[in-house]
Design a binder for this molecule. Structure first.
Ligand SMILES: [Zn+2]
Length: 504
């Protein structure tokens, strides 16, 4: 039997059979009437919002048949991969403010409507509009070599025909701060720190500050430009872009990333002790802010429609690649999860809200606009998650919650263990777009994905559809759908996150 006919058979039997017949190893006997009666639900409008009690053990709740339906549908009927393909092929690069960004907003509105989501709308966000322009670079001495180079997002362009100068190599921001100004003045600072490959992506966090703040640190010592060893774990001759920032009253100097092999060559040349000279030219420019949008669609709740479980991803993507893993995969996972919930024929108590955020990559304007536009209802956000670590399988569930809500979190986490996710007591960090929600005490959940290979292509021209594996993406869809459904349908309400736990 071909894999396709097996899938078709499974799909047909899913559609035809009752929940009690769904064959999963984790099933427990289905209750006569599912799910738990609404009368058991504490009222969210009570003066003191009810929360899961830390003292009470998790109730022995029969497994919800809707969870099984969602997990099977994610395996046999997911359209997430086709959605990424549509975004990648029909829109492609979509950096904030660009024509691709506008096309992405139109794509998201069209796609959410096609998938049957409710209250689909675009909420306007003004975003920075930065353009890369032509760029090139060369090692001039001790001998010539063309660099694989790209501007960091937000960098100023180089003046005239470009910059030329001697390299001064530095490994970290601390080392930069300790440098003697006389050794840096008039030179091009090369940040040489290497990123380490890790399953949880933590290697990125250790060096991301250099990309963000390196130009300011170097300019404070009189440097004329910055080159950065790409924040990537590959050895391709492709540079990794990413956001950087300037500071008021510090000269704005051009900053670019070079590919890892070029950075290693530069490091060896500097190590020989002779002067190393490079030149580079960046045509980057910052234009006036442009209009973009957060695109939102919902599955309306049956009992508490004003309470929200937010499942998000970011719609924008860097201009070098096609934005397949960052973050086309995340967009598809959350939209598809909502579509599968709509296909259940049952509604959760609360509303599931899909948010595709604008401008995550170089400004987080969409995230802050969402928090501002929805300030009055943030205390009604039951739980929020963002999928923004590629298209790898999810392996760990973590929550950022008040301890009083631990039993509820553990119950939700137990529902995704059949998909291969372990429960870790946390805390969750939330995606970058959830930073303002975290500050507003909204409970968060991470479905941590395998990021082992993510930073090989992250922010490069290699972020293309072939890096997405359908089976892995569908596993993420199943996990998102399960967690969204379970949090939205839970009788209990998550307590707000205490201030001491909100710091990142
Ligand atoms: Zn991303």
């Amino acid at each position: 039997m071909s894999a396709q006919s097996a899938l078709l058979l499974a799909t047909l039997s899913l559609a035809a059979c009752s929940a009690a017949e769904i064959p999963t190893p984790e099933r427990v006997p289905a209750p006569a009437a599912a799910p738990a009666p609404a009368a058991a639900a504490p009222s969210a409008s009570a003066a003191a919002p009810a929360t899961a009690s830390a003292a009470a053990p998790a109730p022995a709740v029969p497994r919800d048949p809707n969870v099984d339906k969602l997990q099977i549908a994610a395996q046999v009927d997911s359209r997430a991969y086709d959605m990424v393909r549509s975004l990648v092929d029909e829109v492609g690069p979509r950096l904030a403010g660009s024509l691709g960004d506008k096309a992405a907003v139109a794509w998201a509105l069209r796609t959410m409507k096609e998938k049957g989501l409710e209250n689909v709308r675009a909420e306007k966000v003004m975003v920075p509009h930065w353009e890369r322009g032509p760029e090139s670079g060369r090692i001039l001495a001790p001998h010539g070599h063309t660099l694989a180079i790209t501007a960091l997002g937000g960098s100023v362009g180089t003046p005239g025909k470009g910059l030329e100068g001697e390299i001064v190599m530095v490994e970290s921001l601390d080392a930069m701060a300790a440098m003697d100004e006389a050794k840096v003045k008039g030179k091009i600072v090369f940040f040489s720190a290497a990123m380490t490959r890790t399953k949880d992506g933590s290697g990125y966090g250790k060096v991301a500050g250099i990309r963000h703040r390196g130009a300011v640190a170097a300019a404070k010592k009189g440097a004329i430009g910055v080159l950065l060893r790409s924040l990537g774990t590959d050895h391709d001759r492709l540079p990794h872009t990413g956001a950087m920032a300037y500071e008021k009253d510090v000269p704005k100097i051009p900053a670019a990333a070079i590919s890892v092999p070029d950075a290693e060559l530069l490091e060896r040349l500097v190590g020989q002790g002779k002067p190393v000279r490079v030149s580079f030219s960046l045509g980057a420019k910052l234009l006036p802010d442009a209009e973009s949008a957060n695109v939102i669609g919902e599955v309306k709740g049956r009992e508490k429609p004003d309470e929200i479980v937010l499942i998000g991803a970011h719609l924008d993507a860097w201009d070098l690649g096609r934005g397949a893993i960052d973050d086309g995969a995340g967009c598809a996972a959350v939209v598809e999860a909502a579509r599968l919930v709509l296909g259940l024929g049952a509604r959760p108590r609360r509303t599931i809200r899909v948010v595709l955020f604008a401008n995550e990559e170089n400004g987080l304007r969409g995230a802050f606009a969402y928090a501002k536009d929805h300030a009055a209802e943030l205390d009604k956000h039951q739980l929020a998650l963002e999928i923004d670590l590629g298209a790898g399988r999810a392996h760990t569930t973590r929550f950022l919650i008040d301890e009083a809500s631990r039993p509820l979190a553990e119950r939700i986490a137990s529902l995704v263990t059949p998909l291969g996710l372990q429960y870790d007591k946390g805390p969750a960090h939330g995606g970058a777009d959830l930073i303002p929600l975290r500050a507003a005490a909204v409970p968060l959940v991470d479905l941590h994905q395998d990021a082992t290979n993510y930073f090989d292509v992250h922010h490069t021209a290699n972020d293309t559809l072939d890096k997405v594996t359908k089976e892995d993406l569908d596993q993420v869809v199943g996990a998102v759908a399960t967690v969204a459904w379970a949090a939205a349908d839970a009788p209990e309400t998550f307590a707000r996150v205490p201030e001491a736990l909100r710091k990142r």
